[in-house]
Ligand binder design. Structure first.
Ligand code: ADP
Ligand code: MG
Length: 191
């Protein structure tokens, strides 16, 4: 789990400018900055206090995202990790199936918190098809990437981009692009 978050942090850092550019088209141009700040804080926290269990790692990472990211993406990605961590519980070893179940729970919690559904042009358009492919990490990463690109022709129905109405059409959703980075990082470390 630590390696997953480390690889995610590296991906977010490398792609922060692109994420902010996506958010400048249909939002307020802070998504890359938000994600970079959040994940940098996650790594600082994890390095400061070693966690005893995989679930504990995700729980602490999620809490850190919630408390360090002001934008909508902080509570949403924070909830994804926090609820997934909670679902893993105190287990010292986690199987691929356990992780799939936990992430499914985490993604469902994101849907509950934000009230978005598939096709609303949010991070869920990458997360939902991805978890459906787990525990095939390669297929999940591919599905997240495709799901993110599939947001381009959609009109946003949730979040800041929804204020643009029709004008949100033709742009990739930044949060979905970030979700694809996280799933890509998971594939990378699982391999
Ligand atoms: P903010 O919109 O507050 O500036 P960010 O720019 O960091 O926050 O994140 C924007 C991303 O958050 C969007 O691209 C979208 O994927 C995601 N998002 C916003 N609102 C919701 C929601 N209600 N449900 C799911 N995801 C959402
Ligand atoms: Mg924004």
């Amino acid at each position: 789990m630590v390696e997953w978050l480390r690889a995610s942090t590296e991906a977010v850092r490398a792609e922060a400018d692109r994420l902010t550019e996506l958010d400048s088209a249909i939002g307020d141009a802070d998504h890359g900055t938000n994600m970079r700040r959040g994940f940098t804080a996650v790594m600082t926290t994890l390095e400061a206090e070693e966690q005893a269990t995989p679930g504990g790692v995700l729980l602490v990472a999620g809490r850190t995202l919630v408390s360090t990211v002001g934008g909508a993406s902080g509570p949403l990605f924070g909830t994804l990790l926090r609820r997934s961590g909670k679902a893993l519980g105190e287990a010292e070893r986690v199987s691929d199936g356990d992780l799939r179940d936990a992430l499914e729970t985490g993604v469902a919690a994101v849907g509950q918190l934000g009230g978005a559904a598939l096709g609303d042009k949010t991070m869920l358009d990458a997360l939902l098809p991805a978890v459906a492919e787990l525990p095939d990490y390669a297929a999940a990463a591919r599905a997240a990437e495709q799901g993110s690109k599939a947001t381009i022709p959609l009109r946003a129905h949730k979040g800041r981009a929804s204020y643009l109405g029709e004008r949100s059409v033709g742009h990739e959703d930044p949060g979905a692009a970030s979700a694809a980075l996280l799933l890509g990082a998971l594939f990378q470390v699982a391999r």
